[in-house]
Design a protein around this ligand. Structure first.
Ligand SMILES: [Ca+2]
Length: 183
């Protein structure tokens, strides 16, 4: 009887291990194992997926059916919608032993006011900021590399933002976001 119970337990544990392993194959993160961001493509199991991101509510921010090659079906879309432009942020812990961080993502826009910020935050204060504009009207990969002095407890924040609001609605799409510690 005891052997049976132990055997059943072993099978149950084995099944749990198999289930947790398959969950580790994160379908929201096709951009590689070294990607620090848990949700890089705004979709999971064929559906829009916001987890990890803080996104302005529609119509300023939403996940829409439009994606670059390799980006699945959906992307994040921000609108420069009057009276306030949309934004989206994701914050992750910095790695104390890593100094150089590389951000890459795909974006397209018809807005003159789209900007990406990469911030280092210490005790709630931005201590370093790099920024890059989005200017292409078709999907294009954008890169940003930053060398930082990281202290314990620092975090890194990526912000996509429409700086201006417009009477005519302008839109910017983002997808395949990857943040990696280079060295
Ligand atoms: Ca996507």
């Amino acid at each position: 009887m005891k052997t049976k119970i132990i055997f059943s337990l072993l099978i149950a544990i084995g099944l749990l291990i198999i289930i947790s392993c398959s969950e580790d194959e994160n379908p929201t993160n096709p951009a590689g194992e070294d990607n620090i961001l848990v949700n890089s493509t705004f979709e999971k199991n064929g559906a829009p997926y916001e987890d990890g991101w803080k996104i302005s509510p529609p119509p300023r921010g939403e996940i829409v059916e439009d994606a670059p090659s390799g980006g699945g079906d959906y992307s994040l879309q921000l609108a420069a919608f009057d009276p306030e432009g949309g934004s989206a942020t994701i914050t992750v812990a910095a790695m104390e032993d890593k100094m150089i961080y590389k951000l890459s993502l795909w974006a397209k826009t018809n807005s003159p006011s789209s900007v990406i910020f990469f911030d280092q935050i210490r005790n709630g204060v931005v201590v370093s900021r790099e920024e890059v504009d989005v200017s292409d009207s078709s999907w294009k990969e954008i890169f940003l590399t930053d060398t930082l002095n990281i202290a314990a407890g620092d975090s890194l924040r990526i912000t996509f933002m429409e700086r201006l609001s417009q009477l005519v609605q302008l839109k910017t799409n983002y997808d395949l976001c990857k943040l990696a510690a280079v060295e």
